[in-house]
Design a binder for this molecule. Structure first.
Ligand SMILES: Cc1cc2nc3c(=O)[nH]c(=O)nc-3n(C[C@H](O)[C@H](O)[C@H](O)COP(=O)(O)OP(=O)(O)OC[C@H]3O[C@@H](n4cnc5c(N)ncnc54)[C@H](O)[C@@H]3O)c2cc1C
Length: 536
């Protein structure tokens, strides 16, 4: 991707795409007047030239000539894109910079690096696009290591083969979303995996984190598209079989999916690809009653109508995104010819009647195919806000506002109590830590047995104490999730951020995971502290 724009060294995307000062001022006024936040002051991140990084503790041997210790590269690879990362970035605190950044061009390079690192006890952190929001790529590895190398996969970004007969493509792990999209489009295909971070995240990162795509049901998670994959581990290279499905024992792809760099480096995968959809139908439904909306969605999911979009925004969320002309909960429903059987028109019509039964109203009616009118729907506004949102999040940090998200999945029978506890607990935690705050919810994915609710919280922080305040709220949310037996992450990954809850969630599985790590990574150098935590 050739581009003249400058990547932000501490925040999201390109510097040039961030809101201008007038827009930031409008955001500040909105937070103060609409949300009652106290007066906010805006700070700037230091210039990169003024940022200091510690002297590296190790050097790479000469034969690993794809390694660098250049400051800019070390700074860029220090943090992901979560709230904490941005706060430290704006403070210019890059004490956690890795000693070395490696940019291997081949599997042999990766194997050479892992061999040296195992011998010298150097921690290795696989890095794709660096969009982790769970502290998955941070060089915090505890004592016991000579140093840390961040292994950036971006030099391995090609689409190597397309097998049109079987509709699959062999793609290298370092390819970014748009590279995959453009490369497959030339052949009339798409991967159909669109996480919100799509522009800056990689195939390898998606596979390593069980990434969730934009679509609400059916084929949307990266897991749905991986046919087979290759991973270079300190013990050698492993490759899973290229077959549509196998009944032979536990599924071998599954130790790569969600491995988060703790077992090895995923280098490439055969991915199932699909043609572009032919028909589309969509509608926006308003609900005055939250329970009615939840019941309608459950019915739609259990009828297996397979909507591509089934995004429910509660009224706090539609307020946050400035979508609410009414004080309603909004449901964006969409059907595509690819997802599920049946015509998109019929499926939408059936889903709309389910909504109606539960009090939903669709004043504008359904839209089939391309829109005929120029009138902007709330869904159009949502879509633009969704794409711009990561840029705006950076401005919250500059304004001294805690702005963070968490997500989970839980069965329908437990959802109502869980949701009530989250609202109550997180609101109380924000009041306690910050004096006030705002929490909101949307469903990103829905399943026949339960939803994946996604929560956003924002609260005014005290400069200098914002991480302590954020941690208090995050801890409350994580504990409520754990108490209800929900998962600590539906798609954001475990990383270092969620490790404490992950260990509780998978207590019965930890010994097996350790055994697997011991076999593939005997020296324990791969992303220490993630999934298996032996850090001191
Ligand atoms: C604004 C924003 C929106 C987001 N939206 C979504 C979303 O819609 N859906 C979603 O699922 N997530 C989302 N995320 C989280 C993040 O984008 C995903 O976790 C993504 O899959 C990470 O990909 P990456 O290439 O950036 O990986 P990185 O952030 O570089 O790494 C993530 C983890 O994967 C490991 N890893 C990376 N590459 C490899 C490899 N080749 N081999 C082995 N391990 C590897 C790393 O060690 C780390 O543990 C979002 C994040 C942001 C900031």
């Amino acid at each position: 991707v050739s581009d003249d724009r400058t990547r932000s060294y501490w925040g999201w995307g390109y510097v040039e795409e961030h809101p201008d000062e007038d827009e930031v001022q409008a955001l500040r006024e909105r937070l103060e007047t609409e949300f009652g936040f106290p007066e906010l002051d805006l700070v700037d991140a230091p210039d990169l030239a003024d940022v200091e990084v510690p002297d590296p503790e190790i050097e790479a041997p000469a034969h690993l000539d794809f390694c660098t210790q250049e400051k800019r590269s070390r700074v860029h690879h220090t943090y992901g894109d979560g709230y904490r990362d941005k706060v430290l970035g704006v403070r210019g605190d890059f004490d956690a910079a890795p000693d070395i950044v490696a940019r291997p061009e081949s599997e042999d390079d990766v194997a050479d690096l892992l061999e040296w690192a195992s011998d010298e006890r150097v921690a290795v952190i696989p890095y794709g696009g660096g969009t982790s929001v769970a502290r998955g790529i941070e060089a915090e590895v505890g004592g016991g290591f000579a140093g840390v190398v961040t292994l950036d996969t971006r030099e391995m970004d090609a689409i190597l083969e397309i097998d049109e007969e079987s509709r699959r493509a062999r793609i290298q792990a370092g390819a970014l979303g748009p590279q995959i999209q453009d490369g497959l489009a030339e052949h009339g295909y798409q991967l159909r995996h669109y996480p919100q971070s799509y522009e800056f995240s990689t195939l390898g990162g998606w596979i390593a984190t069980h990434a969730g795509g934009h679509f609400a049901t059916e084929y949307t998670h990266i897991d749905d598209f991986v046919e087979s994959a290759r991973m270079v581990t300190p013990s050698g290279t492993v490759e899973t079989q290229q077959v549509p499905r196998s009944g032979a024992g536990p599924k071998s792809n599954h130790f790569m999916l969600g491995s988060e760099g703790s077992l090895g480096v995923i280098t490439e995968a055969w991915m199932n690809v699909q043609p572009r959809p032919e028909a589309r139908s969509r509608a926006t439904v308003r609900f005055s009653d939250w329970e009615g909306a939840v019941d309608a969605i459950r019915e739609i999911a259990q009828a297996r109508l397979s909507p591509a979009n089934c995004r429910l925004l509660d009224r706090n969320e539609s307020t946050l995104f400035e979508l609410a002309d009414h004080d309603d909960h909004l449901l964006f429903l969409g059907f595509e010819s690819l997802a599920g059987a049946g015509s998109t028109r019929e499926n939408l019509s059936e889903a709309l009647s389910m909504c109606e039964t539960h009090g939903g109203e669709c004043p504008r009616g359904p839209i089939h195919g391309d829109r005929e009118s120029d009138e902007e729907t709330p869904e159009d506004r949502w879509r633009s806000a969704f794409i711009e949102a990561p840029y705006v999040w950076d401005e919250f940090v500059r304004l001294g506002v805690i702005f963070a998200t968490f997500e989970t999945s839980i069965t329908w029978d437990r959802f109502d109590d869980f949701h009530a506890d989250i609202y109550e607990g997180v609101t109380a935690a924000m009041d306690d830590a910050c004096g006030t705050g705002h929490v909101s919810c949307r469903f990103t994915h829905v399943y026949p047995d339960g939803p994946a609710p996604y929560y956003t919280f924002m609260a005014p922080a005290e400069r200098g104490r914002e991480l302590e305040q954020w941690r208090q709220i995050k801890q409350t949310a994580g504990d409520i999730i754990d108490d209800h037996g929900a998962t600590i992450t539906h798609h954001h990954a475990v990383g270092r951020l969620h490790q404490q809850w992950y260990e509780r969630e998978t207590a019965d599985f930890q010994a097996t995971l350790r055994a697997m790590k011991g076999a593939l990574d005997p020296a324990g150098i791969m992303n220490p502290g993630v999934l298996v935590d032996d850090t001191e």
